[in-house]
Structure formats: structure tokens, C-alpha cells
Design a protein. Structure first.
Length: 112
């Protein structure tokens, strides 16, 4: 039930302003991390800072290869990814290697 309340609260705060959404969502993820639960990812489809639908992914999908189709996806860190597959690949690598990679294109990454 708590998850439902948080998702409803996130929807309401989107109408007020994006900053509140990210603050409360980050706090909620922090609480989940402390309990050893899977974190959720909050993104929208489109360039960063554009108003568009919300996509919530709570299951990690680690694609091995992505297309070069350009359908920009903005993540909660303000990073625009070329498409949803590239975003998922980026997140998967972030989790596995501890934030050592930066995405350049769906199939190429640079070590920072």
C-alpha cells in the first residue's frame, strides 16, 4: 500500500513542479536501498526538461545491444539517452561497475 501512496504522491507533485518529484523520489529510493530492496528508476520519454509521459522501471533489463534509433529518453539525473534500450544498458553498466561509464551512443561507452 505504501508504494501506491508514493506513486500517487509523485503524480500530484508533478503538477506542482519537477524539483519536488525528484527530491521525494530520491528519498523513497534511499529508503528502499537501506531496506535492501530494489530501487526504481524515474524517467520520461523525450529530451531532458521536456514535459512528457512518465516511465517507471522497477525491473533491471540488461540488453546486450541497442539500435541506433533516436527516441530520446531523459533520466532522473538529467541525462538524455538516445533511446530506452540505451538507457537500460547504461543503468545496467552503472549498477555492475559502480558509475564508471558514461554513455556516448547506444553501443559505445567511455571510461571516465
Amino acid at each position: 500500500m505504501k508504494g501506491l501512496l508514493i506513486k500517487l504522491f509523485l503524480y500530484v507533485t508533478i503538477q506542482i513542479g519537477h524539483i519536488k518529484v525528484f527530491v521525494f523520489f530520491a528519498q523513497w529510493n534511499c529508503e528502499r536501498r537501506l531496506r535492501g530492496e530494489e530501487e526504481n528508476v524515474f524517467v520520461h520519454v523525450g529530451e531532458c526538461n521536456q514535459v512528457s509521459p512518465i516511465f517507471v522501471s522497477n525491473e533491471e533489463d540488461c540488453p546486450s545491444k541497442c539500435s541506433h534509433q533516436l527516441r530520446p529518453v531523459c533520466d532522473s539525473n538529467g541525462i538524455t539517452h538516445p533511446n530506452l534500450c540505451a538507457y537500460k544498458l547504461y543503468r545496467c553498466l552503472q549498477r555492475k561497475v559502480g558509475n564508471k561509464y558514461k554513455i556516448n551512443f547506444p553501443e559505445r561507452f567511455n571510461i571516465i
